[in-house]
Design a protein around this ligand. Structure first.
Ligand code: PEP
Ligand code: MG
Length: 556
């Protein structure tokens, strides 16, 4: 029977498909004792699980071919290692459950490998993966990591970290549903970047049955479990209608009376560029460079590797603006070699620009790589720092840019309320502002952006957040400088009109949102946007702000 669940819609569109769970890290099975007469049954359970996992690895290797096949076959051999199996059976014979025996036997083998030289130590991660697969099978829980599926699916997760997302095959993910997260969580950002529908903060998402069919409406936040044929047809028809309306809107971003608001794309690397170009982005408003740093947990990418990645993005927008954000490590984007492991509250700790000022060599390499990447290109390069708190921060960043010989505009992100409150003093040091409304909401409301339970406070329609946006935009105007928005607020079409009315000078968002924002902005005059902004700010809640803006724009 069809049931309806409600979460927060964060990426438009409709996805219909089978549920696949993102397996969580395998928990340690409890060390409970079993009676000795149960040992033969447990031993046979263990053998069957090992054989099934080995067979699955081999089958996936056959499908993948090439180098991947060799790795998967080596893993299958690890699973079937006779000594390991003998150790598992011995442990069961003295009272372990099958899952606990596998867990402990692999731990002993792991310790041997880890101490046996670099090559074997490098196999530890593969061994852990094999152990996790066998234990997951014995516990009857989803396999850890990205689902093993060759068919497209709707991905269900508690939340997605940037590192998980690197492993996803975008051609297989129809949409996302997460139990945690809010409109600014990485799950939401990734869904928009991939152009797939997503619903976050959906209570009970983790309990959706593997293989059941869901229809995800990323605009309304509804998830229909076992949707009827009529429901599917209605959702698909509505999605097709929306798509056709969007295709009709083309060209640069502007209000109906011609007030220009450049629509820029948020990208994580060269891979996101084709979608941005296709959506008609007028440039890049936020290049999140931290994705380049995820490949190696021990060190920063070489200058050369960075030059290549930056150049690919810069070349895609020959006459356009490209705003590159220097590395934003820490808090929700930790990097092992830079982020302190023992901070009691990482979001309030050493992150963003603070990390870079503590590691000037990382900042220098990145700025030099940017200077080399832009050399000889006609692009308008702009470079900005995340998590600027005050004028001292802004000056330190601008000095570092000058020392690196960077020919670009230097800017500051406004993500901390202090930066919005003292925007004019920050603008004595830098040439533009870019509002990171995701973190600005987190710090204004003391509401962790990764926690679903406080997503109400993460809502970018909150009037207090709109007040800070207005303050920053007015300050920039008074200084004759620009102030864009690159947080997720810019991707909400109605809010984009309100931001325009507040005086924001450009909007940057995941490529998939650009057509929606362009089409909506083109329906209203600047004066209407200003009235909608004033009406939204005059309310006391996010819901009322949205309703008030909607009422003004629809002429009620
Ligand atoms: C923001 O905080 O709004 C922002 C754009 O940065 P990120 O989401 O990468 O923290
Ligand atoms: Mg941020």
């Amino acid at each position: 029977m069809e049931t309806t669940l409600r979460g927060v819609g964060v990426s438009h569109g409709v996805a219909i498909g089978e549920v696949r769970h993102m397996g969580t890290a395998v928990l340690e099975p409890p060390a409970k004792q079993i009676p000795t007469d149960e040992a033969p049954r447990e031993q046979s359970r263990a053998r069957q699980a090992v054989e099934a996992v080995a067979a699955d690895l081999i089958a996936r290797g056959n499908l993948a071919g090439g180098e991947a096949q060799a790795v998967l076959e080596a893993q299958a051999m690890m699973a079937q290692d006779p000594e390991l199996m003998a150790d598992v059976e011995r442990r069961i014979a003295v009272g372990s459950t099958a899952e606990r025996a596998v867990y402990d036997a692999f731990a002993a083998y792991r310790a041997l490998l880890a101490g046996a030289g670099e090559y074997l130590a490098g196999r530890v991660a593969d061994l852990d993966d094999v152990r996790n697969r066998i234990v997951a099978r014995l516990l009857g829980v989803p396999m850890p990591g990205v689902p093993d599926s060759d068919e497209p699916y709707v991905l269900i997760a508690r939340d997605l970290a940037p590192a998980d997302t690197a492993l996803l095959d975008p051609s297989l993910v129809l949409g996302f549903v997460t139990e945690e997260g809010g409109p600014t969580s990485h799950s939401a950002i990734l869904a928009r970047a991939m152009g797939v529908p997503a619903v976050v903060a959906l209570p009970g998402a983790s309990e959706l049955a593997e293989g059941s069919v869901v229809a995800v409406d990323g605009s309304t936040g509804e998830v229909f479990v076992d949707p009827s044929a009529e429901k599917r047809a209605a959702l698909e028809a509505a999605a097709a209608e929306r798509k056709a309306a969007l295709a009709a809107a083309v060209g640069p971003g502007a209000t109906s009376d011609g007030h220009k608001v450049p629509l820029l794309a948020n990208v994580g690397g060269p891979g996101d560029v084709p979608a941005a170009v296709e959506a008609g982005a007028e440039g890049v408003g936020l290049f999140r460079t931290e994705f380049l740093f995820l490949d190696d947990s021990k060190k920063a990418p070489s200058e050369q590797k960075q030059v290549e990645a930056y150049r690919k993005v810069l070349e895609a927008f020959p006459q356009g603006r490209v705003v590159v954000r220097v590395l934003d490590a820490g808090a929700d984007k930790p990097l092992e070699f830079l982020t302190p492991a023992d901070e009691p509250n990482p979001a309030l700790g050493v992150r963003g620009l603070r990390t870079l000022l503590d590691h000037p060599e990382v900042l220098r390499t990145q700025l030099q790589a940017l200077a080399k990447a832009a050399a000889g290109l006609p692009v308008y390069l702009e470079v900005m720092a995340p998590m600027v708190a005050d004028r001292t921060d802004a000056k330190a960043f601008a000095d570092a840019c000058r020392e690196a010989g960077l020919q670009a505009k230097f800017g500051a992100m406004v993500e901390i309320p202090s930066a919005a409150l003292r925007a004019r003093s920050i603008l004595q040091e830098v040439e533009f502002l870019s509002l990171g409304t995701n973190d600005l909401a987190q710090y204004t409301f003391a509401a962790d952006r990764q926690v679903g339970a406080v997503s109400r406070l993460q809502d970018p329609w909150q009037p207090a957040l709109l007040d800070l946006v207005a303050l920053a935009a007015e300050s920039a105007k008074a200084e004759g400088k620009s102030c864009g928005v690159c947080g997720e607020a810019a991707s909400d079409p109605l809010l984009a009109c309100v931001l325009t009315g507040l005086g924001v000078t450009s909007l940057s968002m995941g490529a998939a949102a650009i057509p929606y924002v362009r089409a909506t902005l083109a329906k209203y005059t600047l004066a209407q946007c200003e009235r909608a902004a004033a009406a939204a700010r005059a309310t006391d809640s996010a819901e009322d702000a949205r309703r008030a803006a909607q009422a003004v724009l629809s002429g009620e």
